[in-house]
Design a binder for this molecule. Structure first.
Ligand code: ADP
Length: 250
């Protein structure tokens, strides 16, 4: 689905991403691991359109998407989860979800002419979709809770939920498990697995928790010093001497 070809991103003279090449296969949950400073986040930023690359290409389903802005990637179904922005904290979970899809008729002054019934119908559909998403994520009971009051793990679930409000094909998750307690981590893991199996989502996730990665990811790609060091199953990665050395060296 995604092919990264010889990607570079330099900051001044520093090569944060230094010739990274990798593939994310359709239908996979690909893990991206590596020591701190390996260039994982920078790579994500370049793929997701937040940073232009210094050189190299990102191909999605055969199409060159290098350097496209996030909103164009969004329309192609490539999404990256972001922490709930400050201004959305005072909105409820349901409202946060309903904010996601653009282009509702109610947003355009011209479309007000089309009639209120259509706007009302779209809003009802959106509401139903938001409730379905909350149900899928097993957080229906939080629908009227303000997003700012959620725990860290519940916020991660809501972030995942936002990708379900649009037709996502591939979702990039940046440390979705960081600082989340075990129980919620399992719930997040279950949601990711079900989105993958039941809804055909492809995932690429940066993660540090090896147990979490082992449960979800195949393959696992290891980055070090801006490029790919190894790729394989979690067991292969754990047994790889180069990988062990890269981690020990930090
Ligand atoms: P990882 O996610 O694997 O920990 P990062 O991609 O965050 O790695 O960072 C890789 C390296 O690039 C780090 O040494 C970091 O300090 C550097 N870096 C990241 N962003 C910038 C930036 N905007 N300006 C300068 N250096 C940066």
């Amino acid at each position: 689905m995604i092919e990264v070809r010889d990607l570079h991103r330099h900051f001044g003279g520093f090569r944060a991403v230094d010739g990274a090449s990798l593939r994310i296969e359709t239908g996979s949950i690909t893990g991206l691991v590596g020591p701190n400073g390996a260039g994982k986040t920078t790579l994500f930023n370049v793929i997701a359109g937040a940073l232009p690359p210094t050189s190299g290409q990102v191909i999605m389903d055969g199409e060159d998407i290098t350097g496209l802005p996030p909103h164009e990637l969004f329309h192609k179904g490539l999404l990256r989860t972001f922490q709930i922005a400050h201004e959305f904290s005072s909105m409820t979970c349901r409202e946060n979800l309903m904010m996601v899809p653009g282009g509702q008729s109610g947003e355009s002054i011209w479309n007000a002419w089309i009639g209120r019934s259509r706007i009302a119908r779209e809003e009802a559909e959106l509401l139903k979709k938001a409730d379905d998403v909350l149900d899928f994520l097993t957080i229906s009971h939080l629908k009227d809770e303000r997003a700012g009051n959620l725990s860290g793990g519940q916020k991660k679930l809501l972030e995942l939920g936002r990708t379900m409000m649009v037709d996502a094909k591939i979702v990039f998750l940046d440390e979705v498990g960081a600082g989340v307690n075990r129980t919620l981590l399992n719930t997040i893991g279950d949601a990711i697995l079900r989105l993958n199996r039941e809804r055909g989502y492809t995932f690429c996730m940066i993660e540090h928790d090896m147990e979490f990665i082992g449960r979800l990811c195949d393959p696992v790609i290891v980055m070090a010093e801006g490029h790919v060091l190894a790729e394989g199953t979690i067991d292969e990665i754990k047994a790889n001497e180069q990988v062990i050395e890269a981690y020990l060296g930090t």
